[in-house]
Write a protein of this length. Sequence first.
Length: 344
Amino acid sequence: MTKATQMISRHLKPAALAFLLTVPGVAHAKCDPGEQVVKFSLVTALQGHPKGEAALALAEQVNDQMDGRLCMEVYGSSTLYDDDAVFDALLAGDVQMAAPSASKFGAYSKELQLFDVPFVFDSALHVMEFLGTEASNKMLATVEDDGFAVLGFWSNGMYQISGTKPIRVPTDAQGLTFRVQSLSPAIQGLLDAMGAEGISMAFSKVYDALESGEVQGQYNTWSNIQTKGFYLHQAAISETNHGYLGYPVVTSQGFLESLDPETREEFIGIFNLVTHESNRFAFEINQARRQDILDDDGIIIQLSDDEKQSWRDALEPLVDAFRRDVNAELIDAAIEANAKADPF
Ligand code: LMR
């Protein structure tokens, strides 16, 4: 087991990191004078979450191996920025790293909305087979024109749908209002297929909106649903696995250029190692959070084959819409990579 593997696997259960200053949502070592501070802003939980654990592992490695030169501070649970504000903050140099969901890049890249299209990928492991292909590299590079640099891609997992009533087939959600990450055409298509309304809302507002009844439904991964308690105000969560949540990890070209070549290379090397290890554990972390929901008496609906097919049938036109309106080559490459992948 490598050190990075040990670091991440020990976090399958949420636990405080003894050596870090941990207050809710913030975890970082004390920076010394002369060290260049690298602030990493996240909207999710840190402990017990694929992205939070990856950021903590990265900070641990950077602060250990690059002590005296770089000092990484990790801010979780939207304590620094939400995903709307973080893009400008990156370009302004107020924060150096962020990993917003691919769905949040709409202002910079229509290509990244690939991940909003339902049922392109069978599982998060299938997505891993697509990453690293030429088509995927081109897709990630679409945000670079605006001054961002994508260091890599961190995985979370598949989306599950919940509501104030059990949702087995798309029309069961008719009349409900859902919180969504954005109103991209594919997400709007999903809402239309369900006969539901959507409100685009920051992640930090979702719990309150579910509690107050402002929205009656949402979809997200097990790790987001559990760590933020969304399931506490929902009748049941349906295991639809209808889409995928993953994160381009972004910095600014300005930040990368501010590092001398040796420091930059070392930093990127550490980042790549942590990325490789973190992505291997994202699935297990999500399954652990799914079990936590069951252990807390949350209700999970497993769909029958016919019910699963009804979701696929209702959402199939969204693939053609993306092919027609955004990028045919990209979606065809993704479908091909998914079909070829044999992650198990
Ligand atoms: C959401 O807003 O639901 C997600 O983008 C949160 C996250 O970063 O996983």
